[in-house]
Design a protein around this ligand. Structure first.
Ligand code: XMP
Length: 320
């Protein structure tokens, strides 16, 4: 049973102090690996781990081929300026091979989990002789997994899976009592730049959570290009989260006076406090038109753009 610490109950400084002690005690004289994805949670854990372990911590950014444009390099450079060296591991081919032919959402999540934890991190931990992996699981990830809504890629213990037995290493999750709003407070107190702790949430399975149907390099490229447009146009809204989703169905469109059986992008933009419930942001119609024009102009093959108007629940924030 995990005891929640709400943002009202949270005192960032003593929390950080306690977690540093716990990480130090768990790792001892050994070394630990830390999985950085550039999201708010993993960025906060990286700084926390770095404070606790210094050079005993090796920070890895796994380039799974599913990240946003320029993300691996941007995140590594940013942490470099904070004094945290980041090693980028190129696992793009491994992930695309694992995802080939899979269309069912939970099967996709499982393929990502196994590739990430068993294959890629299993190998890194074995060769580095690290004892544990530090990662930024938060309470919302656990809740939804246990409730059977979505198997979040980073939840094990609560499903009765022992990472030590399954993958050969321990997993430390110092943020597991918090939700996103609490993590932001901790990130800020740790000296994370606002650019990182104010970032919109981004899921572990990355852009594959936004591709309905098979995840291929080409389809990821389509949703990646649409994401650039959506993030650029919606950044100033201060919404909780916004995203582009690539649909599987094609629709008839026209381009240059000819029939074009093209692709569809769905835009979602959410108002939420902690991701447990969410409602669509009431975007001005001018903004919606700007989104449609930008996506159709910049994303080859797209002939239809829609805006989601359903709330969570019953919708969920990501499409997969
Ligand atoms: P959903 O889609 O379940 O998302 O309403 C709730 C929040 O969690 C993020 N999310 C994930 N984060 N691993 C993560 O680390 C995952 O597998 C995952 N799936 C969703 C999502 O972006 C939203 O902020």
């Amino acid at each position: 049973m995990i005891t929640e610490i709400t943002v009202q109950q949270l005192h960032p400084e003593p929390f950080i102090h306690d977690k540093i002690r716990e990480i130090k005690d768990a790792v001892g004289e050994g070394t630990a690996i830390n999985a950085l994805s550039g999201g708010v949670d993993s960025s906060a854990v990286t700084l926390l781990g770095h404070r606790a372990l210094g050079r005993q911590l090796k920070t890895i950014f796994v380039d799974n081929g599913l990240m946003r444009e320029g993300e691996p390099e941007r995140v590594a450079a940013l942490f470099g300026t904070l004094g945290v060296p980041v090693e980028i591991v190129d696992a793009r081919e491994e992930f695309f091979t694992a995802l080939k032919g899979i269309t069912e959402p939970e099967a996709k999540r499982e393929a990502i989990t196994q590739t990430f934890y068993r294959d890629v991190f299993g190998r890194i931990v074995r060769t580095s002789k690290a004892r544990c992996l530090l990662q930024g699981t938060i309470l919302t990830d656990v809740d939804e997994t246990v409730a059977g809504i979505k198997r979040q890629h980073n939840v094990f213990e609560q499903l009765g899976i022992d990472p030590q037995k399954a993958f050969g290493y321990r997993i430390l999750e110092p943020l597991i009592q918090l939700r996103k709003d609490g993590v932001r407070r901790v990130g800020e107190a740790l000296g994370l730049p606002a650019e990182l702790f104010e970032r919109i949430p981004f899921p572990g399975p990355a852009l594959s959570a936004r591709v309905i149907g098979e995840v291929t390099p080409e389809r990821i490229e389509t949703v990646r290009k649409a994401t650039v447009v959506v993030e650029r146009i919606l950044r100033s809204t201060k919404a909780f989260q916004y995203m582009a989703i690539l649909h599987e169905d094609r629709v008839t469109g026209m381009r240059d006076g000819r029939r074009d059986f093209g692709q569809q992008i769905e835009v979602r933009c959410w108002d939420s406090v902690d991701a447990r419930t969410a409602s669509p942001t009431r975007l001005p119609f001018d903004t919606l038109e700007e989104l449609a024009a930008g996506i159709i102009r910049e994303v080859p093959g797209v002939v239809s753009v829609t805006y989601n108007i359903a709330s969570k629940p019953p919708s969920t924030i990501e499409a997969i």
